[in-house]
Design a protein around this ligand. Structure first.
Ligand SMILES: [Zn+2]
Length: 131
């Protein structure tokens, strides 16, 4: 138990150190090897989804204003293989939400694009505009 506790703390430190750069090291050391493999695959998918959305500036979204839930629906229908509903934010992120982590990746991509892309801007709460 002591060992797991120590590794758990180490994981937290690693997560803080590398947090801003993404997901790579946010897996927990105390997990079984199988779980780690599943998580690694899930994180690779989420990473690919994020890159795809940022690179294409959400080309799956037509011009207009959309609620975040409509954006999730559209993203999921276009990238279903990258949207694993069973991998939860709460299992990945410190103070995470009890919903699929891929939705967090969608929000992170939107937050990134609102700063770097003239196509994407934040509207009222939960609404996003695409040009
Ligand atoms: Zn998350």
């Amino acid at each position: 138990m002591y060992l797991l506790g120590t590794l758990g703390e180490m994981s937290c430190e690693v997560r803080q150190l590398y947090g801003p750069f993404g997901y790579r090291l946010s897996v927990r050391w105390s997990d079984k090897p199988n779980d780690l493999k599943v998580k690694k695959m899930a994180l690779e998918e989420i990473s690919r989804l994020y890159d795809e959305l940022v690179d294409t500036e959400f080309h799956v979204m037509p011009a207009g204003q959309f609620h975040i839930e409509d954006i999730y629906t559209k993203v999921k229908s276009n990238f279903s293989s990258l949207c694993d509903d069973s991998y939860l934010c709460i299992d990945n992120c410190g103070r995470g939400h009890n919903h699929p982590e891929w939705k967090h990746a969608v929000r992170r991509a939107l937050d990134r694009l609102k700063r770097i892309s003239p196509r994407v801007s934040k509207g009222e709460r939960n609404y996003w505009t695409f040009k």
